[in-house]
Ligand binder design. Sequence first.
Ligand code: UT7
Length: 318
Amino acid sequence: MRLTQGAPGARVLAFGGYQPADVVTNDDLARRIDTNDEWIQSRVGIKERRIAGPQESEIDLAVQAGGKALAASGLSSSDIDLVIVATCTLEAQIPNASARVANRLGIEAPGAFDVNAACAGFCYALAAASDAVRAGTATNVLVVGTEKLSQWVDWDDRTTAVIFADGAGAAVVGPSDTPRIGPVAWGSAGDKAEAIAVKDRGSFLQQEGQTVFRWATTALHPVAKLACERAGVDPAELAAFVPHQANLRIVEAIARKLGADNAVVARDIVLAGNTSAASIPLALSRMIERGEVPSGGLALLLGFGAGLTYASQVIELP
Ligand code: UT7
């Protein structure tokens, strides 16, 4: 038996993001359920979110974001030989999303698999892409996080309806002579699996908000620090910190405990809501578009959510 020889390192060539057109404000929600703008902004940090209509599927969102990342990478569809889609909100589980997304983007016969690690999914998928490039089992990988949470949320349940939203984000990963995607720090806490769940086929997403909040604000900054340590990066060197956009109070609590004093902290939740596996690449694509983060700077990503699952890595920004 032989092993393939991959590249010495992997890097992100480009990001792309996509949000559906329909804006839903806190006041819009307050007309339907017992909530208000002040509560949502102060407890969660969201001002507005985007929701996809019935004509726009999670696959459509992924194709939009993936197409943007591909265009920005300078590669063509024929250069991609692996597509990984991170999602936990497919309308139907079979077939998977990645083969359909690849086909819609004109990527012929790539390896194609989905990752369900909920809101940590993008970081898991990015780690798998980086490892495939380094192992020589893929040359260029399209990684997409896409979610249509609106089809799994009970719009009459104020504990979830105010938080979750729809969107997609993507990255193209390719070979590099030096490591530009750091080793992942990942793990899970399956003893808390019930904290975020869809109980059965007829149910909507439910979460024990306070359980998850406590876990996120106490258990995750050590994971972020471990990802820095594994990459040999001091948190003070980070140009950006992009945690999953779960709740602005969680984002700020982890950022404080991390001590990334020179980093721009992603606060995309304010205008995007919580888009689970899409939130990190969506936030980063918008930070890059707005020129908020420097090309070549170091960014720390931290995904966490249902499972409970978590994953974190340092990347060099494209
Ligand atoms: O992305 C996956 C990972 N998920 C997360 O990271 C979510 C983590 N959890 C959270 O972000 C927060 O726990 C929530 C945003 C879900 C809830 O915020 P909280 O500060 O933990 O609120 P709470 O559940 O303790 O509720 C406080 C009060 C309650 O009223 P009483 O009992 O004090 O009278 C709730 O009934 O707020 C009430 N409440 C609301 N009021 C207005 C709950 N939801 C709402 C609402 N509008 N939408």
